[in-house]
Structure formats: C-alpha cells, structure tokens
Write a protein that binds this ligand. Structure first.
Ligand code: ZN
Length: 378
C-alpha cells in the first residue's frame, strides 16, 4: 500500500487528506490534519490527479514524428513532470511517415509509467497562412483516403485540421463517426467557417491564438468563435506563445470547463538548451520555447507541472481551477473523464504530489510509484 498526505485537489479542493492506494486503485480518502507515518507528502504538499498532456510533440530528445522515437523511454520519464497520461502528437509529415510513426506509438501501458491515450495528428490538412512551423511543402487538402490509412495504422484519438479547406467538413464527419475527436487549428477560418466545422462535428480548438486567424471586431474569425462560444480549447501557458495578460482575459471570458492546458512540448523537453528536430526540421531550444532556424516560433519546452504553476502564479487562477485544466478537462476533451482526471475511491490511482512551488515530489501511475524526488521528500 502507498499512502499520500497533503491538501487534496480532486480536482475540487477537499482540504488535507490521506489518500491510500492499493493495487491499481485508490482505496481510501480520509480527511485528516495529521500526516500518517510512512506517507509521501507533508503539511505543505498538494495531491492532484495525475496530469494529462493531450498535445506533446516529443520529449527527452525524441520526436514522435520520428518512427524510431524511444516511446518506452518517454513513458518511463514523463512522471518526473507529474504526467501520468498523454497524447503524442505527429505534426505535418510526408505521407509515408504516418504508418510507421503510428505503429511506433502503439505502446501497451505499464504501471509505474505514463501511458499513451492514443495519438494526435496535427496537420497536414491545415492553412498555408497559419502553418506556423509546419513544413509548407507537406501541406495538402483534406483526404478521407489518407486519414483512413492512419486509422488502420494506429490509435488516432484526435486530429487538428483547418475547417475552411475543401473537404474538411466531410473529413470531420467521417472521423467523428469513427470516434476520433476533431479540433480546429492552424486555421484561417472565419466565424462562419468555424461554426460550420462545429456543425460537422468538431469539438475542440488547438492552441488558442497560436496559428489561428486573429480576432478583429468586424471579423472575429475562428479566434472570436472560440472566445465567444462554449467550444473547448487547448492553450499554451509558457508566457511566450500567449501573454499572461491575454490568458487572464481568456479566464474571464471562458468557463473553467472549456479550457485545456497543453504543453505543445518538443523533443527538447527535459533536455538542456540546444538543437533538436521536429518532423525532421532542426530548431533551437532556449529551454522555454523552440524556434526554427529562420526564427519561426515552434512548440514549447515548459513541463506541464510548471505551466500549471504559471496558471496560479501568473494568470491568477485558484489552484483547484488550474488543476482542473490539466487533469479533468483534458480527460473530458477526449471523452475519458469516466476513468481519468479525478481522485476518487475506486478509480485508477494516477496521482501527483507537488511541493508548494509545484515541483513534483512523487508521481503514482497505475497504482505504482513512478517518480520520487527523494532529495525534496520529507
Ligand atoms: Zn501547432
């Protein structure tokens, strides 16, 4: 049995509790001010549901668009950031890359490791004008035929496309009928084109503000559509992709259940600053963001637990709201909130204990200790 002690955010604030784990499940949650002997945590610790990152391009030097990425190694090491489940992202690539990259990401869950919840395919059916760091030579019109091959090759959980492209709405309906979530991103869609995407079945937007037709008062565009409706959207909180002031504005406009914190992290996550690759293209990591050699901003390098800290310290969210954005909301965005994203007796034991500065003290994944920061343990 593993016992944890701290202030529990389940993600609602339950006050100080002792949480007991046996086998793969949470077996008891007991309110108490007294730390049980032998438990992990402490009077300043917070206990959270395991963090869920639904948009991660790579980590520890490996990129998921590379069919030889060390997926098992990434699953073993992600718990150091409190991440117990994630959705690897394959960004725009040549057609022949997808089948082997998807096959490489078919990885059986192992207790004590972060587990894969399916794959996110971002591009290649996106806007040329809002391609961001995606390879312009590989952009192509939406194709049901190509998407069908992906579904055969692997476990596709969600897709980012631009709804204004010819064939995008038909592809959206096709994918939604097959249980794949569709998200609008890297898009030049007007408000009405975004509305048509939702009408066809899209339920998400990808990294709000980044690579998206911007809001203008006479032309609110897809950004205005996301802000002005109940659509769920992912967003990056490294302070570089979106200013913290803009995120404070978003937090006033959007309901807390409509926001999903993502990292959009690159292969340089968990590595020193330097040169790494995304979909075969070199970029420079400064430790916070990545930039292609021409200066184009690509993904982020900020781990999810520290992005969560930014939501509290820089954006001003209450901890129980911030935690929801990195646990229950991503689970709900993928239709997995029946099993993931909460701390409840009888649920699977994916838990994180964090210090007051949101650094990870311990991570439990599938009931097993996945990470323990022994230096900081007390
Ligand atoms: Zn992107």
């Amino acid at each position: 049995m593993i016992q944890l002690f701290g202030r529990l955010y389940a993600p609602d604030d339950r006050g100080f509790c002792a949480v007991a784990v046996e086998g793969a499940s949470i077996v008891s949650i007991r309110p108490t001010e007294t730390q049980p002997a032998g438990s992990i945590g402490g009077p300043e610790a917070r206990i959270l549901p395991g963090l869920i990152d639904i948009q991660l391009n790579g980590a520890f030097g490996d990129d998921f668009a590379d069919p030889s990425a060390d997926v098992a190694g990434i699953c073993r090491r992600l718990p150091q950031f409190g991440v117990t489940a994630f959705v690897p992202t394959i960004v725009t690539s040549a057609p022949d890359v997808y089948a082997p990259a998807l096959a490489n990401l078919r990885h059986q869950p192992v207790s004590g490791e972060s587990r894969i919840l399916g794959v996110h395919i971002e591009g290649p059916f996106i806007s040329h004008a809002f391609r961001g760091a995606h390879d312009p030579a590989q952009l192509r019109p939406p194709s049901i035929e190509e998407a069908s091959r992906w579904l055969e090759a692997g476990d596709v959980r969600w897709l980012t496309l631009a709804p204004e492209l010819p064939g995008a709405l038909a592809l959206t309906s096709f994918l939604v009928d097959r249980g794949v979530r569709v998200s609008m991103g890297h898009t030049d869609a007007t408000w009405s084109e975004a509305a048509a995407g939702v009408e066809a079945g899209a339920t998400l937007a990808t990294h709000l503000f980044n690579a998206m037709r911007p809001f203008r008062h006479r032309d609110p565009g897809v950004t205005g559509y996301v802000l002005g409706t109940g659509l769920t959207t992912g967003f990056i909180a490294d302070g570089a992709h979106v200013s913290f002031e803009a995120l404070r504005m978003v937090a006033r406009i959007k309901a807390p259940d409509e926001l999903v914190l993502i990292t959009d992290a690159l292969a340089g996550l968990g590595m020193p600053p330097g040169r790494y690759k995304v979909a075969g293209h070199e970029y420079v990591s400064d430790g916070t963001t990545g930039r292609l050699l021409d200066g184009t901003l690509t993904g982020s390098l900020l781990p999810l637990n520290l992005a969560l800290r930014n939501l509290v310290d820089k954006v001003g969210l209450q901890p129980e709201v911030a935690v929801r954005l990195a646990t229950l909301n991503p689970a709900r965005a993928l239709g997995l909130d029946g099993t993931l994203g909460r701390v409840e007796v009888g649920r699977g034991a994916d838990l994180v204990v964090v210090h007051p500065d949101w650094q990870v003290q311990a991570t439990i994944a599938g009931g097993a200790l996945a990470y323990l920061d022994s230096e900081k343990s007390r």
